[in-house]
Design a protein. Structure first.
Length: 710
């Protein structure tokens, strides 16, 4: 069987009948670097195309089509990626179309995660577009009978510089031909000073469709004769099916029942009828023996942690401890957190007897293609994944179990099948942000400077664990990440959650810094600036302080002002917030949040600000309310009646500040502005009432208990 992600040039050229003619740009350098990166990250399947990678097509109608394995899940890369392409190709942005996440039409991609679409994939896209422009200039030189040095390109045309009336469109040059071009040397891409499209705020391309309800998600796909599937689920993680009597369900007219080992599904042309039939199955499960619950999980995780990795270190902790006149040692906790996207995991599959097509809400269409081909024993070229709009993912739609379930049932029944998880299934099968522990021991010398920093993080991961302050003696150790063997320590599956690990690490670091500032009798902002040499971090902190109107005071000041800062996806970010704490109940109201970030060149300023606002809004949840309650593998939070996500009524005044840094390539924008929300609210609570809350989320009960301890 051919690996599911493999496609050579000959096979791709056969498919150009679907695409139409035009210039096809192949970029093999992306394959090599993509392989290296995904191998390091652990995302690599068995086959990456080594023969070619196609990014764009210029058709005879002078429209440009960008093909990318990336997907659109609300981050608006379907707007910003065409901006990058138009910039380097010298094309009209409005003439650039985009096709995303279709494994038959798009080049291989590891998936959409990690704020990589612009900062990593973007450079390859720009180089491919620049290469395509070079090809067009060669063709135009022959067509216009003029040397390349006398030609200029603009808005999809090539002109003779001295005689602009002598011009030819890109589409006229292609003439519907298939023109293969392999990259030998990369032409220079534009400096930021020459940008005309990048840096402008184009409207989101998906805005009207989504606002009017016209946008198509996987759950909106319909086919004649389509069946809705409902699947028998265990009551707890680790539970095993002993027996299932499906005879009562089979009495339902028009119902199909599929039973393969522990996999039991009922299918009907009406989803409510399928749901009712599922309830009539008499099933018995062998439930797991007593295990950890949400109260004992931290002790459980610390019993036998994995071996640590060194994130960073310098100097000697022993020497730093000798210099300290004050030592502060604290432990910080965070609970399991669900992704809780608006759109639950959904997929529609159709099998025509030869080819299987799956429309899936997934972040990783090519990995899902590989999984389905392997599990269903199908050749890779007979499996196609199409990714419509994805209604939120945040790292939780990578495994895509629902796509395999739909594919399995479509192949078995020979009919189109939809599998749409209900909210309870979504919570039960989510890959949660891991429960984690951070232990920090640090010291201050007699002058109020930090002399040492001993940092240990358990299970959250590496991202955000490296400290960036000027501390002569420090060590940061990471015990287990959210992927790999560390998963074995948890009672259910864990996975990446928007800026994985960084939310936990930033919360612990910034609250601890506030405790140190209080011991030193220093203003929290001045204390941080005193220990910083990194110019970018100094800049974002000062920008946030200016926008916020920060007035230096020693904590706790009673005013409820917080501060946090960090680095994520190459972006530097600083937060300041104002909160009110209701002393009787412990409830916290966030009144105002200022966020400043340096993300290098900004492709779409409005899009960047929107991402920042979304991160801040979502971050209120993990900071104040979101956590999973469980016992012996059973999940107790199966809907929004108990799992509370941020509401519009919670939202503070949000102010975003984006610093100009044209000398730095575009950095990540989808995640950095969430990493400090736990930290900025924790430090604001500490400033307001003099109490430190040592566990996320900072629920009213925990805030009240912290005030009583203080």
């Amino acid at each position: 069987m051919m690996p599911a992600t493999s496609m050579n040039r000959r096979e791709f050229l056969k498919r150009l009948g679907i695409l139409g003619g035009g210039i096809i740009v192949y970029f093999t350098g992306f394959d090599r670097l993509a392989r290296a990166r995904t191998q390091r990250a652990g995302f690599l399947g068995t086959g990456i195309p080594t023969d070619f990678n196609a990014f764009l097509r210029i058709g005879p109608d002078n429209r440009v089509v960008l093909y990318t394995g990336k997907i659109e899940m609300g981050q608006s890369v379907m707007t910003s990626l065409p901006q990058l392409l138009a910039e380097e190709l010298h094309a009209d942005y409005n003439a650039v179309d985009i096709i995303m996440g279709d494994t038959d039409l798009c080049p291989w991609d590891a998936g959409t995660f990690g704020s990589l679409s612009i900062r990593y994939f973007g450079i390859f896209l720009r180089e491919a577009a620049s290469e395509a422009r070079g090809v067009l200039l060669e063709l135009a030189a022959d067509h216009l009978k003029a040397p390349i040095g006398r030609l200029v390109t603009k808005d999809g045309y090539v002109y003779v510089a001295s005689k602009p009336e002598r011009r030819v469109s890109y589409g006229e040059l292609t003439k519907g031909r298939i023109i293969e071009k392999h990259l030998n040397s990369v032409p220079p891409i534009k400096p930021s000073s020459a940008h005309e499209t990048v840096g402008k705020s184009f409207p989101r391309r998906d805005a009207i469709e989504k606002v009017t309800g016209a946008a198509q998600f996987s759950g909106d796909i319909r086919f004649p004769g389509m069946l809705y599937a409902k699947i028998l689920r265990p009551p707890a993680h680790g539970a095993k099916l002993v027996k299932a009597d499906t005879n009562p369900a089979k009495k339902t007219d028009g119902l199909m029942v599929v039973q393969e080992g522990d996999f039991v599904a009922v299918l009907h042309e009406h989803p409510d009828v399928a749901e009712q039939a599922l309830a009539h199955i008499n099933a018995q499960f062998d439930r797991p023996a007593a295990g950890a619950d949400d109260q004992t999980i931290f002790d459980h995780l610390l019993k036998s942690p994995p071996e640590p990795e060194i994130a960073s270190q310098g100097g000697s902790l022993e020497s730093g401890a000798k210099l300290a006149s004050t030592v502060i040692e604290k432990t910080y906790l965070n609970s399991y957190v669900a992704h809780a996207p608006m759109e639950p995991h959904t997929a529609v599959a159709e099998f025509d007897g030869n080819r299987l097509t799956v429309w899936a809400s997934t972040q990783t269409p090519f990995r899902v293609k590989e999984l389905i081909a392997e599990q269903l024993s199908l050749p890779a070229d007979r499996v196609r994944i199409i990714t419509p709009y994805v209604g939120g993912a945040f790292g939780g739609k990578s495994a895509s179990q629902q796509a395999l379930e739909a594919a399995r049932l479509a192949k078995r029944t020979g009919k189109p099948v939809q599998v749409a998880w209900n909210r309870a299934e979504e919570f039960f099968y989510d890959t949660f942000r891991p429960a984690a522990i951070v232990s920090i021991k640090s010291g201050l010398d007699k002058s109020g400077r930090m002399s040492f920093w001993d940092y240990k993080v358990y299970y959250a991961g590496m991202r955000g664990s490296k400290q960036f302050y000027d501390i002569p003696h420090h060590q940061e150790l990471v015990y287990g990440r959210w992927r790999g063997r560390a998963r074995e320590y948890h009672p259910f599956d864990i996975g990446p959650w928007r800026a994985p690990a960084n939310n936990t690490n930033t919360y612990a670091r910034d609250l601890h810094l506030n405790l140190m500032a209080a011991k030193a009798g220093a203003d929290p902002l001045q204390f941080r600036l005193k220990h910083l040499k990194d110019r970018r971090m100094i800049n974002v902190l000062q920008a946030a302080a200016k926008a916020f109107g920060w007035k230096p005071l020693k904590p706790p000041s009673g005013r409820g002002h917080g501060i946090a800062c960090g680095i994520d996806a190459g972006t530097y970010v600083a937060f300041m917030a104002e909160v009110e704490v209701e002393r009787t109940s412990g409830s916290v109201a966030v009144k105002r949040v200022v966020c400043a970030q340096d993300m290098g060149v900004v492709v779409n300023p409005d899009g960047a600000a929107t991402q920042m606002e979304g991160c801040i809004t979502m971050g209120l949840g993990y900071a104040l309310s979101e956590e999973i309650h469980f016992s012996n593998g059973e999940i107790f939070d199966l809907n929004f009646d108990t799992y509370e996500i941020p509401r519009f009524s919670w939202l503070p005044k949000i102010e975003t500040v984006i610093l100009e840094n044209p000398d730095l390539a575009p950095q990540g924008g989808g995640e950095p502005a969430i990493i400090g929300m736990g930290g900025v609210i924790a430090t604001a609570i500490h400033d307001a009432v003099g109490a430190a809350v040592f566990q996320l989320p900072m629920t009213p009960a925990r805030v009240k208990a912290a005030m009583e301890r203080a």
